[in-house]
Design a protein around this ligand. Structure first.
Ligand SMILES: [Zn+2]
Ligand SMILES: [Zn+2]
Length: 215
């Protein structure tokens, strides 16, 4: 392998049943990732860290933190701060735990984007393709932000159902281990790829959640 590794294909934004709105288990999510030829996944559940031991697939632990402004992802975190934390405290928290700060879907109001404060906060990368975003303009504006601020660009499915894993993913030039991947993201050795999946899966997820409530 070269000094900086190969281009790994990794979905950097995936939810499991540890998120209250997640519908698929970690094993279901891994199965789809493998079938779609991904090399790894970042598990970014809402306000809970990923602490399971998985030895048959590359998992980057992370947390999608619900700050007072909206969502912020800390990659590499194995602990989570309190839900509703002030965004500046969330940034300190991620730094103290040697995490990577990613701004997911900054301008998507339907997904709790942090919006204009995204221009001010320190971050390593911006999610410029969120596969669940309905308005393509929100992803376009995220890319504009990353370009203007010269931040790294990443992509993720934001899948809450296994079959949506891999719709968007990031090519990362790194060795296949968590430290190398986090370092590569911090150094902007990333290429965002993929597409949005549209409205239909949202309807399906909504129905599945209703059924789960009835049961
Ligand atoms: Zn989010
Ligand atoms: Zn998410």
């Amino acid at each position: 392998m070269s000094k900086m590794g190969d281009w790994l294909k990794i979905d950097l934004h995936v939810h499991t049943t540890k998120s209250s709105d997640g519908l698929s288990t970690i094993n279901e999510v891994i199965r789809v990732a493998r079938n779609k030829g991904l090399n790894g996944l970042a598990i970014t559940d809402h306000d809970v860290p990923f602490t399971e031991h998985i030895d048959n697939f590359l998992i980057i632990p992370g947390v999608e933190i619900s700050t007072n402004y909206g969502h912020l992802i800390g990659l590499g975190l194995t602990v989570a701060p309190k839900k509703g934390i002030n965004i500046w405290e969330a940034i300190d928290f991620i730094r103290e735990h040697d995490g990577i700060i990613v701004i997911p879907h900054p301008f998507d109001r339907f997904r709790s984007g942090i919006n204009d404060i995204a221009w001010k906060i320190p971050a390593h990368a911006v999610e410029v393709i969120n596969a669940g975003t309905i308005l393509n303009s929100a992803n376009k504006k995220a890319e504009f932000l990353a370009n203007k601020r010269n931040l790294g660009k990443v992509a993720g499915s934001d899948a809450h159902m296994a079959k949506l894993v891999g719709f968007a993913y990031t090519l990362i030039k790194a060795d296949p281990d968590v430290d190398s991947i986090l370092k590569a993201i911090a150094n902007k050795r990333t290429k965002p790829c993929g597409k949005t999946y549209g409205v239909l899966p949202k309807v399906e997820a909504f129905i599945k959640r209703q059924i789960r409530k009835i049961r």
